[in-house]
Design a protein around this ligand. Structure first.
Ligand SMILES: [Zn+2]
Length: 629
């Protein structure tokens, strides 16, 4: 019979089949891990007690199975029984071995046996070989497993005092323990560890990192490499990637490298142990990326993308864009993440509720894949200009409604949706589907309706632009106000079009005052249109008078006088938006033409019938009404 501990395994070992413990064997274990700096290894010692808790007539326990990390050295003894025991290893994965310990004397119900297990964890292979266990003077990482049943046992970790230590509990059962100091050591105790307890312990001694600053190739990006002692080749490998990835990202985003000062690139095993590739941290003291010893270009591109799209943005936005940028920077055709993602996945959640790297691999898998899917579906087909427009608008904190409108008070999915709409209306739909926990159907529907009006209006407005009042209301998602403002502005556009038609009919150029005021101040634009209506009426009146003045009687009065310049004066004043002048000039033209009409009649009377007949025949002839036969 077999009792197994450590059935829940960390992220990197989840392809291992779980080994279920039998229900009549209880296992408790006190495990101590000691970071042994002198020998560059971690020694572990576990006192394991197994008890048969079955009823008196039930089976005996013959074997104890323990899942342990792949060890560099192992010894097992049974001090209380005082007799040798038989141990058989069975490989579970590259990182884990299941050890089957045959108890010399089978355990009958009610009896307990104790064994002591001692093992050594050591980094296996070079730095380019993936491994959870690392050991060098600057950086130590290893998995600390609990070996007992749930709540039955403890884990103690002893670390030299010069390391700064961090725990990541992959089984999600404890908070990070507070150490106490004993001599030169820090001691971390965790009692009553949870089921399948696995914590990753990271101990750093940054003073031992090998540092070297350089400016990358053709760029002016300054990087300080901080690599593990004895791992000099890491710096060169990373520098090669940074040198071409940074300019590639700059051109994809259309914005220069955003880090002022030196970027620190630090070697760490965090990526492997925590199940993600690297990390980016922006800090006042200096920004940095952490990258693993096993170099992965996609991970480097992703972390560099976070220099632009960092935690100032919602996680789904920053991670989705970083993912998309990494894929684009590597020149891959599509999403790069070929894991299908489904909004109905059991691990699915609205992305606005997703916090990356909180521990549950299924949730993180879903979160990253879904965030990546949003941008893969929408940005990929946009073309370089559209992609840049979108990415730069996000970076600039744009409202999605042009530079004149400062972003609204709220900073949530609504602004992202507005920025998304700037380049691709489908992106808005993706945001609603993937990001929102409880899509407010009313609001989304209302927005869609107002956007239709808005876009139709924008088409008609053309180079007159969009009134600021409309854009402010739209960016605040105040669609009632936006509809009202659009309605009021529509009246102006109709008036504009009517005036334009009249001006075209007369062959005069329309003034620009109303157009110039329109986008900033619709009231000023409305006043300008009202004045313009007076102006165009003056031009019409002057032209009508001039046409009437071409009657033969008036023409006699106007003989030798050209009325066109008078009308031209009216038109010029109108086009210059000086409608008062246009009106007074027009009145003058009309008055002079009227005078001329009277003058012509007088002239006819004064010269007598003879002249009148000659003049009349002359005029009729000129008009083509009389022909000599
Ligand atoms: Zn990321």
């Amino acid at each position: 019979m077999v009792a197994v501990a450590g059935a829940v395994l960390p992220v990197w070992a989840q392809d291992v089949d779980d080994v279920a413990p039998v229900d009549f064997a209880a296992v408790s274990a006190a495990v101590t891990y000691t970071v042994d700096a002198a020998n560059e290894q971690i020694t572990a010692s576990a006192r394991v007690a197994v008890r048969n808790i079955g009823l008196p007539d039930e089976a005996a326990v013959s074997d104890l199975s323990l899942v342990l990390p792949t060890t560099a050295g192992l010894s097992i003894s049974a001090p209380q029984n005082g007799v040798p025991i038989e141990v058989r290893p069975g490989e579970l994965s590259a990182d884990f071995v299941v050890w089957t310990i045959a108890l010399v004397r089978e355990l009958d119900p009610g009896r307990t046996a104790e064994v002591v297990v001692e093992f050594v964890l050591r980094q296996v292979g070079g730095n380019r070989v993936p491994s959870a266990t690392r050991f060098n003077p600057a950086y130590v990482s290893f998995p600390a497993l609990g070996l007992g049943d749930a709540g039955a046992g403890s884990v103690r970790v002893i670390v030299p005092g010069w390391f700064s230590t961090r725990w990541v509990d992959l089984s999600g059962s404890i908070d990070e323990p507070v150490p106490y100091e004993l001599g030169l050591a820090q001691i971390y105790d965790v009692v009553e560890v949870g089921e399948g307890f696995v914590a990753v312990v990271e101990a750093r001694h940054d003073e031992s990192l090998e540092r070297r600053a350089e400016t990358l190739g053709d760029t002016d990006v300054a990087v300080e490499f901080a690599s593990w002692p004895g791992d000099g080749s890491w710096r060169g490998l990373i520098a090669d990637h940074l040198e071409h990835l940074i300019p590639t990202l700059e051109s994809l985003i259309g914005t220069p490298w955003p880090i002022v000062g030196t970027l620190e690139a630090r070697e760490s095993n965090s990526g492997l142990v925590h199940g993600f590739g690297g990390s980016f941290v922006r800090a006042a003291a200096g920004s940095g990326i952490e990258l693993g010893p096993v170099v992965d270009e996609g991970v480097i591109a992703h972390e560099l993308a976070h220099a632009w799209f960092d935690d100032r943005f919602d996680p789904w936005l920053a991670e989705g864009i970083a993912f998309w940028l990494a894929v684009a920077a590597l020149g891959e055709e599509d999403g790069g993440d070929d894991r299908p993602v489904d909004r109905d996945d059991p691990a699915a959640m609205a992305l606005e509720q997703w916090l990356p790297q909180h521990g549950d691999p299924a949730v993180d898998h879903y979160g990253y894949a879904a965030a990546a899917a949003i941008f893969d579906r929408t940005l990929t087909g946009l073309g370089a200009t559209g992609q840049q427009t979108f990415l730069r608008a996000i970076l600039a904190g744009s409202s999605g409604y042009g530079d004149r409108v400062s972003p609204p008070e709220f900073e949530d999915w609504r602004r992202s949706a507005d920025v998304a709409t700037l380049v691709n209306v489908d992106l808005m739909i993706e945001v609603v589907v993937w990001v929102l926990a409880d899509p407010p159907d009313d609001l989304v529907g209302e927005r869609a309706m107002t956007r239709t009006t808005y876009e139709r209006f924008a088409d008609q407005a053309g180079d007159w632009g969009m009134p600021a009042a409309v854009e402010i209301a739209m960016s605040n998602w105040d669609f009632e106000t936006a509809d009202r403002a659009l309605g009021a502005a529509q009246v102006l556009l109709d008036e504009r079009d009517d005036l334009a038609e009249r001006a075209e009919r007369l062959g005069v150029m329309q003034p620009v005052a109303a157009k110039e005021a329109f986008a900033a101040d619709t009231v000023a634009s409305a006043l300008a249109l009202r004045a313009e209506a007076v102006g165009i009426a003056s031009v019409e009146a002057a032209l009508a008078a001039a046409d009437a003045g071409r009657s033969w009687v008036a023409s006699i009065g106007l003989l030798g006088v050209d009325v066109d310049p008078w009308v031209r004066d009216v038109e010029v004043a109108y086009t210059a938006s000086d409608h008062a002048l246009a009106t007074s000039r027009s009145d003058q033209v009309i008055a002079r033409i009227n005078d001329a009409g009277n003058g012509g009649a007088r002239r006819l009377a004064a010269t007598g019938p003879g002249f009148a007949i000659v003049a009349l025949i002359g005029l009729l002839f000129a008009a083509g009404r009389v022909r000599w036969r």
